[in-house]
Design a binder for this molecule. Structure first.
Ligand code: CS2
Length: 486
């Protein structure tokens, strides 16, 4: 079988879109930390579009831990297929924007050189919520995080994304090279500002003499990123092989929808994204909040309750009319009133499009995958919305059910008594929650301050509502609870 690579790219059928530029002339202008499936299906596609106009924005894709992406893609010269799946079938495209791959722990010197290179003008990152090593409730650096402790105490190369960003910035400063622009592409509220604060906290501890310079000179624009990208399966690899005639060790699969809203603040320049369907905006925050609360808040609620009810994928959850109604009403009645959007945005249409996207049966997006890292996701997906509802004296029952669903899931045993593989940086703390009544358990969960802070747990209406929902889940089970709350 022939493997996809620069040498075999010409064998791809003409119906499959391939890079519309001379890849051999592309130079690296972007270093991306966290070269996982999401980046490869989202930002890399916009960068690929822009390379036809300017060859100086190639991507050096960096893995901060494992070598699996490089092992899969280096023999393919960084090429891979993006499979867009809709009810009309699979439409693949080969992307060429990633021209170099690095594994930080294996080749730190090369990463150091790249970050110092004045041709690199953007360092972007998709390291997931936990990669920010912060306290999700406050948005500040968790200086006790083991990787941050390592990075603060070493004179050598760092481990964390935060450590690498600071390292790269300080190296450039020492060499008189202007700082790169840092573009966060993670699902965090005000992701640019959050990143800047976490980095400022780090710089204040690591290089206090440089805090004023960091504050004044380093730009961290915010972005709203949206595209559903399930983990790739062997079935997907087979489908890509069928469609392209070539073997691809790690294609990425996605939906037709894609959205990228970027705050336009790039002191050293950027690709001409506005020509390629990116919304360049002065203020991204309303879009971020809309997406985090509507899409991701719904996703997490679907993931926890759906997993407990035995739904393997998000599309399966939408197969239950009561569940679909519950999520639709949660969005229109409990989330939408908390959002204030520019006039051109029709939130009801956005909601309906989300229900459609969640119903895409050709995407196998596992509830278990979305359920991961709940401790890092809950504040921006559900808790902020609940705080706003409480402040305006409005009901928040379905949102509270989402929180109770997370608690029921995080207890680690499903409704058949089988263990749940709970992946979360705080999983050890969940194991300490003992088997008491629903009320006892809720109180123990709410004592986890990095997630809940101190204000919500002191609100008796919030506590009572979550207790009632967890009690319902424990006595009726997830499927009947969904029906009762639809
Ligand atoms: C999902 C997101 O895994 C998750 O937590 O909610 O990855 C979601 O698919 C994306 O944010 C969609 O843009």
């Amino acid at each position: 079988m022939t493997r996809l690579s620069a040498a075999t790219l010409g064998q791809v059928p003409s119906s499959v879109q391939t890079p519309a530029y001379d890849r051999s002339r592309v130079t690296v202008g972007i270093v991306h930390l966290g070269i996982g499936a999401f980046h490869r299906a989202h930002m890399a596609a916009y960068v690929d579009d822009g390379l036809a106009d300017d060859l100086s924005w190639g991507i050096c894709g960096v893995s901060l831990r494992s070598a699996t992406t490089k092992t899969a893609l280096a023999p393919q010269d960084g090429l891979y297929a993006l499979g867009v799946q809709s009810s009309d079938g699979l439409s693949p495209r080969v992307l060429g924007a990633v021209t170099e791959l690095l594994v930080a722990p294996d080749e730190p010197e090369t990463l150091d050189q790249r970050l110092a290179d004045s041709n690199v003008r953007i360092v972007s990152l998709t390291v997931t919520e936990k990669g920010y090593c912060h306290d999700p409730a406050t948005g500040r650096l968790n200086a006790d995080h083991p990787d941050i402790q390592h990075d603060l105490n070493t004179d050598g190369f760092p481990k964390s994304a935060i450590g690498w960003l600071a390292y790269g910035l300080l190296t450039r400063k020492a060499a008189g090279v202007a700082p790169f622009t840092i573009l966060s592409c993670d699902n965090l509220p005000s992701n640019g500002a959050t990143l800047k604060q976490v980095l400022a906290d780090f710089v204040a501890l690591k290089a206090p003499a440089h805090t004023a310079w960091f504050e004044a000179e380093v730009a961290c624009p915010s972005s709203m990123v949206d595209r559903i990208v399930p983990a790739t399966s062997d079935e997907d690899r087979d489908a890509i092989h069928q469609a392209t005639g070539l073997d691809d060790a790690w294609p990425v699969m996605t939906e037709p929808f894609s959205q990228f809203v970027v705050e336009d603040r790039f002191p050293l320049g950027r690709p001409n994204w506005e020509k390629h369907s990116v919304t360049m905006a002065a203020d991204v925050e309303p879009f971020e909040r809309m997406k985090l609360r509507m899409l991701n808040g719904s996703h997490s609620t679907l993931a926890y309750l759906g997993y407990l009810a035995g739904d393997e994928t998000v599309a399966d959850t939408m197969g239950d009319p009561a569940f679909k109604a519950l999520i639709g009403t949660m969005m229109s009645d409990e989330i939408m009133p908390t959002l204030s959007m520019p006039d051109a945005i029709d939130l009801l249409a956005y909601r309906d499009a989300l229900l459609e996207r969640f119903s895409n049966t050709s995407l196998k997006h596992r509830t278990w995958q979305i359920a991961m890292d709940g401790s890092q996701k809950l504040p921006q997906r559900l808790l902020g919305t609940i705080s706003d509802r409480l402040a305006s004296g409005k009901p928040f029952d379905r949102l509270a059910l989402g929180v109770a669903g997370w608690m029921r899931y995080a207890l680690g045993t499903d409704e058949q008594g089988q263990p749940i593989d709970v992946r979360d940086p705080m999983a050890d703390a969940f194991k300490q929650i003992d088997t008491g009544s629903a009320d006892d358990r809720v109180r123990q969960f709410l004592a986890l301050e990095p997630i809940f802070g101190t204000t919500l747990p002191a609100n008796s209406l919030f506590v009572e509502t979550v207790c009632a929902k967890l009690h319902q889940l424990q006595t009726l089970g997830a499927r009947a609870t969904i029906k009762a709350n639809a």
